[in-house]
Every structure is written in C-alpha cells, then in structure tokens.
Design a protein. Structure first.
Length: 248
C-alpha cells in the first residue's frame, strides 16, 4: 500500500496540475497493481521512482510534451519481456487519453520494470542459496568432480579448481568465493589445506584418510580439510551433511 504522503510528495515535487491529479493517481496505481499481478515487485525506494515517472508522464501528456529520443543503443539493451510488460500495463492509459505512447515513454517504464525484475531474481537466488554451504575443491591431479557431485547432491554449492596442483590454490579460491569449506587432495594428505591456513588463516586439519575423519573435522569447526586422494561422491555428500547438521 502506497502511503498518501508519498503521492503528495511526488505531486508537490513535479508540480502536478490539480486538473489531472485524480486520474494520475488512479491510473498510476492501477499500472502498479497490474504489474504486481504479473510478478513485478518494487521495493519502497524503487516504487517512488516508478510512480514519479508515471506522474511526470501524465504531466507531459497534458502539456503535449515529448521525451527526447533514447536511441537504438539504449533500446537494444532493454529486455523484450520488460518492453512487453510496459506496453501491456500502459495500454489503460493510452485508452484513457486516446493516445499512442511513443517509444521513449514505453522504454523508460520498461527500464524501471527490468530493474525490478532483476532485483527480484537476485533476491530469489540469494534465498535459494541461503543455508547452502559453498565448498571449494582442489585436487593435486586436477580431479575432484566426484566429490563435487556429492556436495551438490547433499544440497551444497561446489566449485572445483581446474588444473594440476589445484590443491595449492585452495585458500586463495576459498577467499575469492567466500566459501564455507575447502577440501584438498594430494598424496601427502592435503597440503593445500595447510597452505590455506598458513596463507589465509583458515583453520585446517590435514593428513586425513577417511570420510569419518572429515566429518569429525567439520564437527570441530575445521574449514580447510586435507585428504589423501579420495575423489568420491560419498565424501562430498557426507561432509556437506555434517556441515548442515552443525550449522542448521
């Protein structure tokens, strides 16, 4: 629900003519309701900018003013879905005023819609990933895909460092990805985990040769885990389950 003072503030700033205030308010809110029904949500800040544009559009229509041409370079960057939603939502205003809105008016409304859609997608992705551990995997021989499959199977997000000697990059990539866990594999038992501790301060345990040792390490708040060569799906799955058990 848009607060009355927000509407009045927009009208005051734009100096909206009294003769068009009622229809500007009514139809701007109708456009907003239509877009909400189509899954376009504006937050309390962006909705002000969107309504500001709609009220200004009514003012331009009343005074028969035109926006400058935006140019094809800008128009080409607007998502066709946003353009379609803009056209559909503004149809009621075109019918009311018996006009055909030009490309610039539709495009600017579409930009507001596109920004709102992108923000909603970002929030949805963040919600989806909330509580999912990010696990970085570094294997001396460039392997680790089976472990990554287990991580994903258990509900985690896996990133496997590519290339030979990937284990020695474990700490760097954990920092880059803001990871919850790092797993390194090499013949000596996970030197990459020790390197992650020495270089970045990640609490490590290395020389592990069993999944049970890894589960115990996670329970002990260890974040950089060092193993001998164990590229097994079960390892990734059980390590993530151990993390989830401790953190959820």
């Amino acid at each position: 629900m848009i607060k009355r003072e927000v509407i009045e503030s927009i009208e005051e700033v734009l100096k909206i003519d009294d003769s068009i205030k009622e229809e500007a308010e009514t139809y701007s809110l109708k456009v907003l309701d239509y877009l909400n029904e189509k899954g376009v949500s504006f937050d309390e800040n962006t909705v002000v900018g969107f309504l500001n544009h709609l009220f200004a559009m009514f003012q331009r229509l009343e005074k028969d003013e035109k926006l400058p041409d935006l140019g094809d370079e800008i128009l080409d960057q607007i998502d066709p879905k946003a353009i379609g939603l803009a056209k559909d939502s503004l149809k009621m205003i075109e019918d009311l005023k018996q006009v055909t809105l030009d490309k610039a008016e539709i495009a600017l409304v579409a930009i507001h819609i596109q920004n709102a859609l992108q923000e909603s997608e970002k929030e949805s992705e963040e919600e989806k990933n909330m509580g999912r551990p990010i696990v970085v995997i570094g294997d001396r021989m460039g392997k680790g895909q089976h472990v990554a499959d287990g991580v994903v199977k258990a509900g985690g997000e896996a990133y496997t460092i590519p290339g030979m000697a990937a284990d020695m990059k474990l700490g760097d990539v954990m920092k880059e990805k803001n990871a919850d866990l790092g797993i390194s594999f090499c013949g000596s038992g996970g030197a990459g985990a020790l390197n992650a501790q020495n270089k970045h301060g990640y609490k490590c345990r290395y020389g592990m040769r069993s999944i049970e040792e890894g589960e115990k390490a996670v329970a002990d708040d260890i974040v950089a885990l060092g193993f001998g060569f164990m590229d097994k799906e079960e390892l990734g799955e059980r390590i993530v389950k151990a993390w989830l058990k401790k953190n959820q």
